[in-house]
Write a protein of this length. Structure first.
Length: 402
């Protein structure tokens, strides 16, 4: 276990007032958050921990490796697990190489957790923080049973909810927070009780702004997509929509996923000459991509919130997206974004064409989108997390006294 920014974490935490209502010390456990610089949940964790550390003692427990620029600059204390897998790594390596999700989950999630038991991380968490925030099923399941402090899991949606939810209900002793009203409704539908709080995603409105330097030059009218290269994100619908638009409309794709399948779809629709697949881009560089585009499109079939929409809005880029419950918490059709049904390439193309032909509509979306994004700052999100964690700690203390 390696610790950054604190030679003696327990002494530092004590000086900041661990256990004090004014200076609650909040830990976050997420194995990829320290070393990966792309991905929705990873960015949520990094930005929230960083904002939290500006006014509260905050710790991030994460895997060993080179820290991202964001995590090198943060005021939060970074505690990294040792990289070697030992006996557990050998056991995982001997599992049948079936390409199954089981091996992946064990390697990426369970292995760091069990290393934490061996290298003293569990003891460190118990002695240093008042409450631990997790974002993954296994993290929540294991840590809520190993730690003597309250553990809270943030749910980022129920797109892939299944047997894991029933296992969690039986075995986890943790609390629950969701990332939107939509996720709260899904939580209640699945579990028939309410979560302990809502902590929305946010956007750094100082970094994501209209006047940033564009990331690329272009002469064509350009649609930007940022997200995973999977069908459920509506990416193939977007490809089909672009094929219906004039030849001077180009598509710029940022993200990661099944590039080969994506290329086949692009070639089948005959738009390879006006499509650029950028691949993964560090989060700090995304504002320049939003600023370079004429419109941003996220035609997902499911979103618990859709943080990239809000990032585009913050950059003053008009947004065309799907009318999902999680999205309509901040997006109003023809006022802050253009909304279309999921799986409707024709209507998606029509929305883009309408936006292109109406300067007044573009200006309204640019102005109103930016104002909407200002309501979702990471500072507000971190303040809400602190408030929720205080309530959970108070509830846990009360339960111990009964």
């Amino acid at each position: 276990m390696k610790s950054h920014q604190a030679s003696d974490e327990r002494t530092k935490a004590a000086s900041l007032g661990t256990g004090n209502a004014e200076q609650l010390t909040i830990g976050t456990y997420f194995s990829n958050a320290g070393t990966r610089d792309a991905g929705g949940v990873v960015m949520y964790v990094q930005e929230l921990v960083d904002a939290l550390a500006t006014h509260q003692p905050a710790y991030l427990y994460t895997d060993a490796g080179e820290l991202t620029p964001k995590m090198r600059r943060t005021e939060a204390h970074i505690v990294q697990l040792e990289a070697e897998h030992g006996v557990l790594g050998e056991l995982i390596a001997r599992l049948p190489n079936t390409g199954s999700a089981v091996s992946s989950v064990l390697d990426e999630n369970l292995s760091p957790l069990l290393r934490g038991v061996r290298d003293g991380t569990i003891h460190h968490i118990n002695e240093t923080v008042d409450i631990l925030v997790t974002h993954d099923f296994l993290d929540d399941l294991v840590l809520s049973n190993l730690l003597d402090i309250p553990v809270v899991r943030v749910f980022h949606g129920f797109e892939r909810a299944g047997v894991g939810m029933r296992v969690r209900e039986r075995l986890s002793t943790g609390y629950s927070v969701v990332n939107s009203e939509q996720t709260k409704r899904e939580f209640v539908d699945h579990l028939e009780y309410e979560p302990d709080g809502i902590v929305y995603p946010g956007v750094d409105i100082d970094r994501f702004r209209p006047d940033v330097t564009p990331a690329f030059d272009r002469d064509e009218w350009t649609i930007l997509y940022v997200g995973r290269f999977v069908e459920s994100k509506g990416l193939f619908d977007l490809v089909d929509a672009v094929a219906e638009l004039p030849d001077d409309v180009h598509l710029h794709l940022v993200g990661r996923g099944d590039i080969d399948t994506l290329k086949r779809r692009i070639e089948a629709r005959g738009i390879e000459s006006r499509t650029i697949i950028e691949g993964t881009v560090p989060h700090d560089e995304l504002p320049g991509y939003y600023a370079s585009a004429d419109v941003f499109c996220l035609p997902s079939w499911y979103e618990s919130f859709g943080m990239v929409n809000v990032e585009a809005m913050a950059c003053g880029t008009p947004v065309v997206t799907t009318a999902l419950d999680g999205v309509t918490e901040y997006a109003v059709d023809c006022e802050t974004a253009m909304l279309v049904p999921p799986s409707a390439p024709g209507e998606l193309a029509d929305a883009v064409a309408s936006l292109r032909s109406s300067p007044g509509l573009r200006e309204r979306l640019e102005r109103n989108g930016r104002e909407t994004a200002k309501q979702y700052s990471w500072e507000r999100a971190s303040e809400r997390l602190v408030e929720t964690c205080r309530e959970i700690v108070a509830d846990a203390d009360s339960s111990l006294q009964r």
